[in-house]
Write a protein that binds this ligand. Structure first.
Ligand code: URP
Ligand code: ZN
Ligand code: ZN
Length: 472
């Protein structure tokens, strides 16, 4: 059935205006004043913003990690995402060395197909480069539409790849039209510092942060950017946590190297002191890279404002405190890294970013939706409100005041990293391809309704991107 959304204020990455939106067959078919309501269901958005659905380029659903598996799967995770105003996620598909890439992709399809309530895509981890991998990558791109590869520079002996692998991945990505993503921390130095801390009896959660200093995130970021320049390729640095790394990205961009940077809500509003909470509660705040000293937050907000960082992903990677985070009692290196964020990403950016004057309303849409859609080959189907785009829409009440809590969130975990934080603004209703997933704050979607997204090659949107990129 046709729908008309009336009386809302449409906000895109570039414009803010009042108009009605007509939705037909899951797509936006008209945007104009006083649209004819005949034969259409009328949805009243008075007093609300109409945002394009959030695009979260960084989730880990049902992922084996840290001796356990992330608690939110594609069902609970995407329901929570939808409650939070996100209508597209791109999840990281982990590969095994020596095994065909296809096996990993099949595994990820099996995890997601019947479960996801919103549309989704995959990034593919590259842990090694050899002839088999090089032969398979064109198939991955052309048949699966997976156009971004992830290389871990940390997690030694688990996920970490060496520099040769990173460089070869950058070269391959350049030829194939893919974007290389890096987890930029120096895993070798972390390994040394971790062993040293444990040998000295320093086992509490705070040592997770102290053994991963900001300098080695900056060093790895610079190294990856240098390789990118040499390879004339393209790079996306995930979860930038600190000034050191943000500066290295800015320096590389100033040299004309095509480097993009993502930060996450946790780095914008939480800080290293959370790891010192008593009774092992600091484990709830163990991320890699770790939370940093508070002054870094201003640098990150400013980098978003000036365009030196371009996206905000959640890095959703949730574990219960009880039974999962607790695996690291007595040894911080065994605390599973990551936290539950997917539901809070958009609201935190709106409340802490827009309402506190750190970013504009249009920048908020850009960093939470549009830019990720462009970078990852989904634009303009996703990430904007325009005729022909998917009707992935968020009706957002900017006045509601609420407190984030595990009691009320929809993620499957037993704590919230933002417990007690007051935010203003909330998604009221959320549509995916024209169908309500959340209606008046109630879930009305269906597991399995989310569609797998084959994404365009990086090169295909490149012209679109570079116009804005280095001049922001
Ligand atoms: O601590 C984190 N970030 N956990 C998720 C895995 C990763 O490194 O992105
Ligand atoms: Zn990472
Ligand atoms: Zn991650």
């Amino acid at each position: 059935m046709k729908k008309v959304i009336k009386n809302g204020t449409i906000v895109t990455a570039t414009d803010t205006f009042h108009a009605d939106v007509l939705i037909e067959n899951g797509v936006i078919s008209m945007i104009a004043d006083n649209l004819d309501e005949q034969g259409a269901e009328v949805v009243d958005a008075t007093g609300c913003y109409l945002f394009p659905g959030g695009v979260d380029p960084h989730t880990h659903f049902e992922m084996p990690f840290g001796g356990t598996v992330t608690k939110d799967d594609f069902e609970t995770g995407t329901i929570a995402a939808a409650f939070g105003g996100t209508t597209t996620v791109i999840d990281f598909c982990l590969t095994d060395k020596g095994a065909p890439l296809k096996n990993a992709i099949d595994t990820w399809h099996a995890k997601s197909k019947e479960k996801s309530v919103i549309d989704y895509g995959f990034h593919l981890m590259i842990g090694e480069i050899n002839d088999d991998v090089l032969n398979e990558l064109p198939v991955v791109i052309d048949e699966e539409g997976i156009t971004s590869f992830k290389v871990f520079m940390a997690y030694k002996n688990v996920l970490q790849a060496d520099d040769e692998t990173l460089f070869e991945t950058l070269l391959a990505a350049k030829d194939l039209g893919a974007l290389v993503m890096v987890h930029a921390e120096n895993g070798d130095v972390i390994e040394y510092l971790t062993k040293q801390a444990l040998a000295q009896g320093n086992t509490d959660p705070i040592y997770h942060a102290l053994t991963r200093p900001a300098e080695i995130e900056g060093e790895a970021t610079e190294r990856a950017a240098t390789f990118t320049g040499l390879a004339k390729s393209q790079l996306y640095v995930v979860h930038v946590s600190c000034a050191d790394a943000a500066r290295k990205i800015a320096e590389a961009r100033n040299k004309g190297i095509e480097v993009w940077g993502e930060t996450c809500p946790q780095y914008l509003v939480l800080d290293q002191s959370y790891l010192e909470k008593p009774d092992f509660e600091g484990a709830k705040y163990v991320w890699s890279p770790p939370l940093r000293e508070k002054w870094n937050q201003d640098v990150l907000w400013n980098a978003l404002k000036t365009g030196q960082l371009q996206t905000v992903g959640s890095d959703q990677c949730s574990f219960d405190f009880k039974g999962q985070k607790e695996l690291g009692r007595g040894d911080f290196s065994k605390i599973p890294n990551g936290g539950p964020i997917v539901e809070d990403r958009v609201s935190i950016l709106f409340s802490e970013g827009v309402l506190k004057g750190r970013i504009s309303l249009n920048q908020f849409v850009d960093v939470t939706s549009t830019r990720a859609a462009k970078l990852f080959g989904l634009y303009p189907k996703k990430g904007t409100i325009a005729v022909g785009a998917d009707a992935d829409l968020v009706i957002f009440d900017p006045t509601v005041e609420r407190t984030i809590s595990a009691e009320s969130h929809h993620m499957a975990v037993d704590y919230s990293a933002f417990e007690g934080m007051k935010v203003t603004g909330e998604p009221v209703s959320v549509l995916s391809r024209g169908e309500f997933v959340i209606r008046d704050k109630t879930f009305v979607g269906k597991p399995g309704a989310g569609q797998y997204l084959k994404r365009a090659k990086y090169g295909e949107t490149k012209a679109n991107l570079t116009k804005e990129s280095l001049t922001l």
